[in-house]
Ligand binder design. Structure first.
Ligand code: KIV
Ligand code: ZN
Length: 392
């Protein structure tokens, strides 16, 4: 793979699906998996098979039905999890076992109640076991960014020695800043002697709203896989958003000169499908896919967009699968937008008529948030009735 090519590892069906409100049944997961395939993700984490019988079944079904992306199943570093994940991803043409264990002292002491040596031994045993099922093994050091660096380097070196082909170092609680993440990955990749035998990967959570910036910082430091989700869903505040990461590399390729295999025109349909399946609306102002991402209400902005879209839009809506920008009519709108909408609706208005329609529209917008086409048509009709009544 070319050095500038990023592997997009989508974990919507695992980290995303396990977040409150986002669960899906097997049929829904398969429907989303088909769309993720169309979108062009490189790796699809289909679930956490040991979590439940349904999860295992969904992963197995996706592994049987989806052709193209690598299908990954998550497993803790223990034989039961790994055997279950191996069985679930087995039908896939290209399968991956993604095994993880926490490496921070906080997690080792307070959650797992094991020593660093026990953690290291578990990495040896379980990465080796995972490799006995597939050549494609990803190892994640949970809470990596809060782990002791020397210990983490030993863990990473050991995982690679045992055959891990991808090393994922998550910012599990979204605590890091971008400069820290860049230093962190530069340090680990520089210090681990066998680092050249694995692809390094970032998995950033969004607790401080930095997941995308942090993932891009990790790429600058040498990571070539990014773990992300549609609409940025995931544990707590979510994961890095796939659509934002991909569009940064498209729109700002001058600063982030990397390529992905994503068909960007499938971004919006994928986002909408996820929202429909989970019945969770996308935040209106969500970058790229929110309903306001290509909507303009303020008069100055509407005037600019009518004259030249680029005045207030840095990408074409069609590039992400959105049909067109919208000029929302509301109390901040200007005459230009009202005139354009009237023309689109087939009304040719004189200057005076436009003034009246505009004032009536603002009056209405003061009472209701936005003015729809039907409202505008009613205003024009009323004006025409008043005029003919006046003429009679
Ligand atoms: O956030 C995290 O650390 C994870 C790992 C299991 C990869 O989701
Ligand atoms: Zn996570």
């Amino acid at each position: 793979m070319a050095d500038d090519r990023l592997i997009i590892f989508d974990t919507t069906l695992r980290d995303g699906e396990q977040a409150p409100g986002f669960s899906m049944n097997t049929a829904e997961k398969l429907q989303l998996a088909r769309q993720l395939q169309v979108l062009g993700v490189d790796v699809m984490e289909a679930g956490f098979p040991i979590a439940s019988k349904d999860d295992a079944e969904a992963v197995r079904l996706i592994a049987s039905e989806i052709d193209g992306p690598v299908i990954a199943g998550l497993a803790r570093c223990n034989p039961a999890d790994i055997e279950c994940a191996a069985e679930s991803v087995k039908p896939a043409r290209r399968s991956r076992i993604h095994t993880f264990i926490a490496t921070s002292d906080l997690h080792l002491e307070r959650k797992l109640r094991i020593s660093r040596d026990e953690c290291l031994q578990s990495v040896v045993d379980n990465v080796k076991l995972a490799r006995s099922f597939t050549d494609d093994v990803e190892f994640s050091a949970e809470d990596a960014t809060r782990s002791d660096t020397d210990f983490l380097c030993r863990v990473v070196e050991t995982a690679i020695d045992q055959g891990a082909t991808t090393i994922n170092l998550p910012d599990t609680v979204g605590y890091s800043t971008a400069d820290e993440i860049e230093q962190f990955f530069t340090g680990i990749i520089g210090r681990v002697p066998n680092a050249d035998r694995a692809v390094f990967s970032a998995h950033c959570h969004d607790d401080l709203g930095l997941a995308v910036a942090n993932s891009l910082a990790a790429v600058r430091a040498g990571c070539r896989q990014i773990e992300c989700t549609i609409n940025g869903i995931g544990e707590r505040a979510g994961n890095a958003s796939l659509e934002e990461l991909v569009m940064v590399t498209r729109v700002r390729n001058d600063r982030m000169p990397y390529a992905t295999g994503i068909r960007t025109t499938e971004i919006y349909p994928t986002s909408q499908l996820l929202s429909e399946l989970t019945r969770e609306p996308v935040q209106a102002n969500k970058a790229i896919v929110g309903r306001n991402a290509f909507a303009h209400e303020a008069g100055i902005h509407q005037d600019g967009v009518i004259k030249d879209r680029r005045t207030y839009e840095i990408m074409r809506p069609a590039d992400v699968g959105v049909a067109q920008s919208t000029l929302v009519l509301g109390k901040h709108s200007g005459r230009h937008a009202v005139k354009q909408r009237c023309e689109q609706l087939g009304f040719e208005l004189s200057r005076l008529e436009l003034d009246r329609v505009y004032r009536a529209m603002i009056d209405l917008a003061d009472r209701q948030k936005t003015v729809e086409d039907t409202d505008l048509a009613a205003i024009v009709a009323r004006l025409q009735t008043d005029r003919s009544a006046g003429a009679a």
